[in-house]
Each structure stands twice: as structure tokens, then as C-alpha cells.
Design a protein around this ligand. Sequence first.
Ligand SMILES: C[S@@+](CC[C@H](N)C(=O)[O-])C[C@H]1O[C@@H](n2cnc3c(N)ncnc32)[C@H](O)[C@@H]1O
Length: 210
Amino acid sequence: MTERKYGDVWKNTDKKLWDDMWAAHAGSPMTEAVLAEALKVDRLIEVGCGAGHMLAELIKRGWSKGATRAYQGFEIGRKPAEAARKVLGADYDVVGRIEAGDFMDTASAGMVDEATLLIARGVVQHHAHWSLLPLAALRFVPRVVLGIGYTNTRSDRHTGGWQPKGCYDVHVSIPLLKIEAAAMGMKLVRCEPMMRGNRRELFVVLERGQ
Ligand SMILES: C[S@@+](CC[C@H](N)C(=O)[O-])C[C@H]1O[C@@H](n2cnc3c(N)ncnc32)[C@H](O)[C@@H]1O
């Protein structure tokens, strides 16, 4: 059996997939909540930046106007990372870079930039253990904002598995999320279910300490 790695499904996808994915989530309460947090800070890290749609939206909303902002994006997929670099390159008031690679590897190597906030929208529900990304991130930033898709708030178990489209999806339960955040020494500042159509999503803010 060929070993499947999470990032494989995203690596060589064309920009259209990212445009469609962004369009499906644009304006949802969770997306708006993540954008609102990002708009408040000067130095931002985004994990799973895809083709740079979140960054483009921030710029469109005036994030970089009149001030120099710092942005570091991480994206496993090479092709989307290249597209995100074009977004970054188009705004001279944003200094930064897009890393084509796994954030967890860069965090292990201690190579993450200094920033005020790290955001990851639509990312951790594809990881078998949602809490490892914010735990690693909080070594570098004081605050982490997660937008988690497809959350099963009724069950007290995380459930999930490999999906036909080729990525791993976990349904993150709120009771377990609370227990795990506390056990790992992360302060759960906000944990709010939000609807996107008939799908339940979760908006989560974590900080260091209990
Ligand atoms: C469902 S897409 C969401 C893209 C984008 N955040 C958005 O909101 O449209 C998840 C993305 O996260 C990326 N990703 C997941 N885990 C990652 C990690 N540890 N480091 C870097 N990128 C990651 C994937 O490659 C994929 O592009």
C-alpha cells in the first residue's frame, strides 16, 4: 500500500481550486471572525495560506494601507505557494515571505518569524491531532486563531478519516477540544460554533497559559 501523506492532495493543485474554495467560504461568519482578528495586528503568520486568498482579502480591506505590515505564510503545496507569492509581491506595503513547506517542520527547526498573531483557517481539521499546530505555534506567537471546518459539536469524540477527495478530515468535538487545550497548557479564550449554510464550523482563539 502506498503511504498517503496529508499534503499530497494539495501539492499540485491549480489556482482554480483555491479560487473555488475561497468563494465557498467567503463571507461566512467563521471567515469574517478570522479576518477581523487578523486586521487588528501588524505582524501576522498564516499557516495553510493556500494561494493567498486570505492575504489578498486583508489587503483589499486596507490592512497594509499607510503602514508596513509583516506577513509570513506557510503552505505545503508548491503550486498554491507560488500563487500566494504573487499576492505578496503585488503589495509593496507588506514585507514577508511564503514558505513552501510544512509549518510543523519549520516550527521544529525554530525558524518561525516573530509575530503577534498566527491564523490557520480550514487547516487543523485536516490534521489527525488538531492541538499540535497551536501548541507549536504558541512557542512563537502569543495568540493563535483557528477556523475549524465541519465540527461535530454533538459528539464528545473526535471522529474522522481519509476522505474520497484524498485528504484527512477530523470532526473536532468541543468538549474534547476544551479538555485538550487545558491539558496542553493553552488558554482557550474563545470557542464558538458558527454556521456556514448547514455546516457547523468552529472559531477558536488560544493563548499561552491557562
Ligand atoms: C482546506 S485548505 C484551506 C486554505 C486556506 N487557509 C483557506 O482558508 O482557503 C488547507 C491548506 O492548509 C495547508 N496545510 C495544512 N497543514 C499545513 C502545515 N502544517 N503547514 C503548511 N500548510 C499546511 C494545506 O496544504 C492546504 O493548502
